[in-house]
Design a protein around this ligand. Structure first.
Ligand SMILES: NC(=O)c1ccc[n+]([C@@H]2O[C@H](COP(=O)([O-])OP(=O)(O)OC[C@H]3O[C@@H](n4cnc5c(N)ncnc54)[C@H](OP(=O)(O)O)[C@@H]3O)[C@@H](O)[C@H]2O)c1
Length: 273
């Protein structure tokens, strides 16, 4: 990894919040040198954490030394902030900078309009498991460029990386892999609370629920068996699992809710565009 972004290549990150920090932490774990990362964020606590890790940190654009050339500019601000505040970052973009935006719903054309210096723009939809190298990261750019390989390598180091060829697909990607961890955390919360309601000690109930989820996810990953077969394999006729599943799958209510959840997230991404 340290070979991918050489010590002389600089990465500018604007926004070290939940997603910016997940990506920075992932890169640091993969061997990107802290000295190559420049972070602009208006939160002093965030800056302190990353200054301690050896990054160059700045509270505003005025503090960034003049004349720095950035190979990658990672834009990790909220879409609402981007629309109002990003023109100030145009000065950090040169023809040899690749602008990477992780903002949900903000289209390539919008970025090009607001940052006229940008010639190479890639949108990447990450998710927070990127911070432990287990992310799903999906890229879109209008054409393959000299940066495509670098972007693949930088983001594949944080998990599994895919390209999509149509920008509209980024709305669906956002709804599934971008927002997906939150849905699964909610499922985990419901599972924990249900376990606790079954006369088990709270901590033990939580451990049973979470270890079961983690084990099942690992089995999906490692067995290569499709999820329907995995479910059928553990469902004996008239057994306890069947009784539980009949309650869970009753009237397809859960399936309908999950569909509604994904459609609502996709719609929100369209609205933000
Ligand atoms: N979180 C996710 O799971 C996820 C998944 C996929 C994509 N994304 C995308 O990632 C982007 C960032 O989301 P997030 O959840 O990481 O947001 P966040 O936690 O709010 O992080 C944004 C960071 O930028 C700082 N900031 C705000 N305005 C600034 C400015 N003008 N200059 C410099 N720094 C500024 C914020 O500081 P203050 O808090 O002090 O304002 C905060 O530290 C969004 O566009 C989102 O669509 C997020």
């Amino acid at each position: 990894m340290s070979n991918i972004v050489s010590v002389t290549d600089k990465i500018l990150v604007v926004g070290g919040g939940r997603m910016g920090s997940a990506i920075i932490d992932g890169w640091l774990k993969q061997g990107v040198t802290p000295d190559s990362i420049y972070l602009i964020d208006n939160n002093p606590e965030t800056l302190k954490v990353y200054a301690n890790k050896g990054l160059h940190t700045f509270e505003s654009t005025e503090n960034v030394p003049l004349g720095l050339e950035f190979k990658v500019f990672l834009l990790a601000l909220k879409p609402q902030i981007i629309v109002k505040h990003i023109s100030q970052f145009n000065q950090f973009i040169s023809p040899s900078t690749c602008l990477v935006s992780v903002a949900a719903g903000v289209m390539v054309q919008t970025l090009l309009d607001m940052l006229p210096n940008a010639q190479h723009v890639v949108r990447v939809m990450p998710n927070t498991p990127a911070m432990i190298g287990k992310g799903v990261l999906v890229g879109f750019s209008e054409s393959r460029s000299m940066f495509s390989k670098l972007i693949e390598e930088l983001f594949a180091s944080l998990g599994t990386f895919y390209w999509v060829s149509n920008e509209k697909q980024m709305h669906s990607v956002t709804a599934i892999s971008g927002s997906g961890p939150a849905y699964l955390f909610y499922f985990a919360q419901c599972f924990i609370e249900s376990a606790q309601a079954l006369d088990l000690d709270n901590e033990f109930a939580k451990a049973l629920a979470l270890d079961t989820l983690a084990g099942a996810a690992r089995l999906i990953e490692e067995s290569g068996i499709d999820v329907e077969t995995l479910r059928q394999n553990v469902t004996s006729p008239n057994g306890t699992t069947q009784a539980g599943l009949e309650a869970l799958m009753c009237n397809h209510e859960l399936k309908d809710r999950i569909e509604a959840c994904c459609v609502a997230a996709r719609q929100r991404s369209v609205e933000l565009a």
